[in-house]
Structures are given as C-alpha cells and as structure tokens.
Design a binder for this molecule. Structure first.
Ligand SMILES: *[C@@H]1O[C@H](CO)[C@@H](O)[C@H](O)[C@H]1NC(C)=O
Ligand SMILES: *[C@@H]1O[C@H](CO)[C@@H](O)[C@H](O)[C@H]1NC(C)=O
Ligand SMILES: *[C@@H]1O[C@H](CO)[C@@H](O)[C@H](O)[C@H]1NC(C)=O
Ligand SMILES: *[C@@H]1O[C@H](CO)[C@@H](O)[C@H](O)[C@H]1NC(C)=O
Ligand SMILES: *[C@@H]1O[C@H](CO)[C@@H](O)[C@H](O)[C@H]1NC(C)=O
Ligand SMILES: *[C@@H]1O[C@H](CO)[C@@H](O)[C@H](O)[C@H]1NC(C)=O
Length: 580
C-alpha cells in the first residue's frame, strides 16, 4: 500500500515529467472542474492533484470512468495507481465530490477530465503477413502490382502512427536488384524496369518493411511473372528452295522439314507452333505435323501428288501460335516461309472412277441385254481396253472399247443372286499397265420355278384290304425367292375322274392331305396326279403323281418337274413305308 508520504515524494519526483497539468502550474487547489493531460505508459502510483477541503467538508469521493486506475485519498490526493493506456481509453471523465463527516455531499460533484497522451507504444502491423501478386512479363515500368496495407494503433496523425514502407530484400536478384519499389507512404508496389521474363525468372520474393518512429514490421510478398504471347514464331529461313518429287511418291512420305522458333514460355500455347499452308496446295495433298518438343515441322504427303493436275506447287507456310497474340503484336513476314514443289510425271495405270460398279437386272433378261457399264481413264490420256475376269458362269461380255457389259447366256437368280466379276482396264500402248475394279450384278427374281414336292414320297402303302379310308400328308415347295408372305400353294387332283376314289384337302400353304374316299380298292399301284399351283404373278403349276397303292405301295410320281425330284410322298397316318 502506498502511503500518503510516499505519494507526496513521488509527486515531487514526477513534477517535471508530467507536462501541462493543473491550472496555473499548481498541484493543489480548491475543488473545481479541472483537466489534466498525462502520458500513457508511465509508472503507476503517480500523484495528479491535491484538492483542498473547505469545512465542513472533511473527505473526498471519486466517481466516473476510473477503470480501477484512479484513486482519491480522504485528504484530497488524486493519483493513478496503474499505467495508463491511451489505446484502451483516451479520455477518462471523473467526478470529485467533497463530503462532510456524515458522508453528505457538501461540494460538487465537479468534473475532472484526464486526457491520456499518446506515446509510440504500438508497432505497425500488416493486414497480411504474406502477400501474393502477379505481373505480366514485359510490363511497363510503373505498372502497379498491388498495395500493402499496415496499421498502427497509436494516435492517428501523429508521428507515432506515421508509417513508412521499404523493400529490404528481393530474391532472386536476377537480372538485378531493385526491380520493384514500394511507395514510401502509400504502400503501392510497382515495377521499376521492363525486364521481367517468365522463362528467366518466374517468381520473385520480396521482404517489405513497414516502420513507425520506433518499430519495424516485415511482410513477405511473392510476385509471379505471367507469360503472355508477345513473341511471334520466326522461321529459320524464309525460302526452303526447290523440291522435286515423282507423282507416285508414297502417301505419308516426309518431303521437307521446316523449323520456326518462338521466344515465349516453352510448352505453352504461346510458344507452341502450328504450321498452316496458306498457298500452293489447293488439292490438299500436304499436311504438316509439329514435334511438340522442338516445334520442328514435317511436311508430309496426305494425298497422292498428281502431275496431271498440278505440276508445280508454290507453297507458303505460315507459323502460328494456338494462343492469340497480345494486342499490338502481329505476325509478320518472318512467320512465313516458302518452298517450291515440282511434281514429275510417272506413267500410271488407267483409273476406274469407282472401285465397285453395281447394276441390277431381272434374271429373266434376254441374251444380249446391256446389264451395266464401267469407265476408266488413263492419266496419260492413252486409250483404254476393257476385259472381264472371273466370269465363272460365262454369263457376261464386256465391250473392250465402251466398257458396256452385256448378258450372253440366261441368268439364274437361283444360282447366283449377286454375281461378282472383275473388270480390267488396260492402257493401249505405253507399258500396258492395267487396273481392276469390281462389277456386282444383282439379279432380281421372277417366278420361274414350278412347285415340286419337297422329297420323294415313294414306298408308301396302305394294307389290303382297306378296313377304313386312309390318308397321307405331303409337302410342296419351289425354288423362287421366298417372300415375306411365305408360300401359298393350292392343291387339286390331276383329273376329275379321280374324284370318286380320292380327295385332296389343303392343310396350309405348303401341306395337303390325300385321302381315299372308300375302302373298295383293288390290290395294285395307283398313280394319283396332283396339281400344285404357286399362285405367283405368272402362276406356275406342277402336276405331281402321288402313287396311291392299295395293299401294295403308294408311289407318287411327278409328271412335270423342272428339277430332278420326281415323286412326292406323304406322311400318312395310314400309309406305311414299304420297306419297313
Ligand atoms: C490500486 O487501487 C486498487 C483499488 O482501486 C487497489 O486495490 C490496489 O491495491 C491499488 N494498487 C496500488 C499499487 O496501489
Ligand atoms: C518464394 O517463397 C516461397 C515460399 O516462401 C518459396 O516456396 C519460393 O521458392 C520462393 N521463391 C523464390 C524465387 O525464392
Ligand atoms: C528454283 O527453281 C526456280 C525455277 O526453276 C528457279 O528460278 C530458282 O532459282 C530455284 N531456286 C533455288 C533455290 O534453287
Ligand atoms: C517480325 O517481327 C520480329 C519481332 O517481333 C522482328 O524481329 C522481325 O524483324 C520482323 N520481321 C519482319 C520481316 O519485319
Ligand atoms: C453408263 O451407265 C451410266 C449409268 O449407269 C450412264 O449414265 C452412262 O451413260 C452409261 N455410259 C455408257 C457409255 O453407256
Ligand atoms: C403346315 O401343316 C403341316 C402339317 O400339319 C405342319 O407340319 C406345318 O408346320 C404347317 N406349316 C405352317 C407354315 O403352318
């Protein structure tokens, strides 16, 4: 506890260090409104003023914003027993009252104002410890990169809060130190010189200091250099001279290697080079591939060269970046190069205009009908002679001069629905070079096949004497093209006189049943002609003979049949195979 005597002593000691407080330089006086200015940061237990009591007042009371710092002794000594902090409270508004022995207020309360004066007790601080900024390479001097912001808690507009910025380090110092500056008071960071290149130094680290009168604080700034496409590709030479290639040079051959370079950052769209042919390749015979590592261009044949179409190509190649150039930079003549490609003639075989010629005719066309034609031309303009190869069935003939193809035999769709032969074009004179194409002849169906039984129905019999009427089932077919409707044959007995003994009934489009009408048959072989009609557009009929045998065998024999199949038997409930 500080005694009153010690406080008086302190009062004297600190008299000169506390400026301008008290009225008229006095340290004691009657109770009246007063104002004191005291520096923050001072030692505690300092006397501020002594109020004199006028009887009947015997003691004093202090109220207001004391913050536990200010005290008043009963004898009127006002002091603070803790260090003041302006940044916590800049002005303390206190009230002092004089009390009598009973504790009643006899004077006051009067206002006593304590202003806390600033000392530089706060270091400046940056808003961020690390800043990151970027600047395009080749930017102009003075380009702003960003603003560094620091604060100082000390009183504004005093020397205690005036801050100064300074760059203390730059890493790396390439191409030299001092590439950047920070404006002393505003903290604006700027470029000093126009010599930043991302490919040399992609990044700089700066250490920036901010200081007030007494303190310094550092922050770190990372500056990234951004590439821009400000360099154009430059060809190593503008003319690659004369090249000569025969027209039969293989597709895919590299005919020339070209090279341009670009000073922008490697492996980016700003330095990658695309070569484009702008002139001299109207046929699209050439293409250029770029090696992504070296930007070397390989001029290749994409399509065969043709002496007869273009013999001399004056080619102009433009080198470009996939990325657009920055405004103000343009491709110029150094970004293009030329070469002259001379194509030499080679005797070539005649060429067909198509590899496959197709035609379609009815299988029923007459001998000597024109079924198609082919055309070939010799690049050197020689006459062409046509011939056929692979005409296995001997159906066709080609006119050697016109290329027209004729039928020379009946055609049969059921034998070849798509007839394939080769046509050969041979140059007349020259080296007799030839080339081959395909001729595909599709045959369309006509109803040219009569119905027939699917198999030989032989060796079937009914047992004699017939105990009950018998029957058998048989099936018909024909060789014409099957339509989506399926087959629809109609069946009937070959002659009316048979109707008293036999009966034919249709089961469906392909099957029918032959039945006996009674049981009074002799023991012998009966041949039963059956008429089968296919109902086609030009209906064909077949009459087959079904042997109806009593006791012995039932032979079915085809009377009229295009093919080999003579008889048709039927699967009968009562008819039985003879040799079983
Ligand atoms: C300061 O005053 C407070 C009460 O206001 C008291 O508790 C404390 O002990 C005093 N400190 C000194 C160092 O006098
Ligand atoms: C800059 O500083 C960062 C992190 O502090 C570090 O990773 C980077 O390598 C430094 N760059 C240079 C150029 O020194
Ligand atoms: C290419 O050929 C042309 C025409 O024959 C000629 O004028 C030119 O000088 C040749 N250029 C080179 C580089 O040989
Ligand atoms: C094209 O521009 C480059 C710089 O971008 C320059 O070095 C070169 O000389 C120019 N070429 C021509 C033909 O103007
Ligand atoms: C060849 O056939 C096409 C159509 O198939 C026809 O346009 C052309 O005139 C024919 N040429 C001859 C010579 O018959
Ligand atoms: C026609 O009838 C026969 C005998 O009943 C049968 O086997 C066949 O499957 C039938 N065909 C059709 C297409 O229904």
């Amino acid at each position: 506890m500080t005694t009153q005597a010690q406080l008086h002593c302190l009062c004297l000691l600190t008299l000169y260090s506390i400026t301008g407080y008290g009225q008229e330089g006095k340290f004691s006086g009657p109770l009246q409104p007063m104002k004191f200015s005291i520096f923050e940061g001072q030692e505690p237990s300092q006397l501020i003023f002594q109020f004199k009591a006028n009887p009947p007042a015997v003691t004093f009371k202090l109220t207001g914003e004391t913050d536990g710092i200010f005290q008043i002794q009963p004898d009127g000594l006002l002091y603070h027993n803790k260090t003041l902090d302006r940044e916590a409270r800049a002005v303390h508004r206190l009230q002092v009252s004089a009390l009598d022995a009973q504790g009643n207020t006899v004077e006051g309360p009067v206002p006593v104002t304590i202003e806390v004066k600033d000392i530089n007790d706060n270091r400046p601080v940056f808003l961020q410890q690390h800043y990151e900024g970027s600047v395009r390479q080749n930017s102009r001097p003075g380009s702003s990169i960003g603003t560094l912001i620091a604060h100082d808690m000390d009183e504004k507009d005093t020397v205690n809060s005036v801050l100064e910025y300074r760059i203390v380090d730059q890493t790396p110092k390439v191409p030299r130190d001092g590439l950047f500056l920070v404006q002393e008071y505003s903290g604006i960071l700027q470029l000093v010189v126009q010599s930043l290149h991302k490919q040399d130094t992609p990044q700089y680290n700066l250490t920036v200091e901010v200081s007030d009168k007494d303190f310094k604080t550092l922050c770190f700034v990372q500056i990234n250099i951004i590439d821009i496409n400000d360099q154009i590709p430059i060809f190593e030479k503008s003319d690659y001279g004369n090249l000569t290639f025969p027209e039969d040079t293989a597709v895919g051959s590299v005919i020339l290697t070209i090279q341009a370079t670009d000073a922008d950052e490697p492996h980016t769209g700003s330095s990658k080079i695309l070569y484009r042919i702008t002139q001299g390749d109207s046929e699209g015979c050439l293409e250029i591939e770029t090696d992504p590592q070296t930007n070397t261009g390989y001029v290749k044949l994409k399509k065969p060269l043709d002496f007869e179409t273009v013999a001399i190509h004056n080619v102009v190649v433009q080198a470009e970046n996939p990325e657009p150039l920055v405004p103000g930079v343009q491709y110029n003549a150094s970004s293009s190069a030329t070469f002259r490609l001379t194509v030499t003639d080679v005797n070539e075989a005649p060429q067909f205009f198509q590899q496959v010629f197709e035609a379609k005719v009815s299988e029923a066309v007459a001998k000597g009908t024109k079924v198609g034609n082919v055309t070939a031309k010799d690049p050197e303009g020689l006459d062409v002679s046509y011939s056929l190869r692979g005409d296995e069935r001997g159906w066709l003939r080609i006119d050697p001069v016109t290329g027209e193809i004729f039928s020379v035999a009946p055609l049969d769709r059921e034998a070849e629905s798509l007839y394939r032969v080769q046509v050969v074009a041979t140059e007349v004179g020259g080296s007799s070079l030839s080339s081959t194409a395909q001729f595909h002849l599709t045959l369309t169906d006509v109803n040219d096949n009569p119905p027939r039984l699917v198999k030989e129905y032989t060796g079937l019999f009914f047992c004699y004497p017939l105990k009950a009427p018998g029957s058998l089932i048989f099936e018909a077919t024909d060789d014409d093209e099957l339509t989506f409707r399926g087959r629809h044959f109609t069946f009937s007995l070959g002659s009316e006189s048979l109707q008293k003994d036999w009966e034919v009934s249709k089961i469906n489009g392909t099957h029918a049943r032959l039945s006996t009408r009674h049981t009074g048959f002799e023991e012998r072989v009966y041949n039963i002609p059956i008429r089968i009609s296919d109902g086609g557009r030009l209906p064909l009929e077949g009459t087959v003979s079904l042997p109806g045998i009593i006791l012995a065998v039932v032979f079915f024999r085809m009377k009229r049949d295009k093919g080999q199949h003579n008889a048709e038997g039927a699967q009968a409930s009562e008819a039985k195979p003879l040799r079983s």
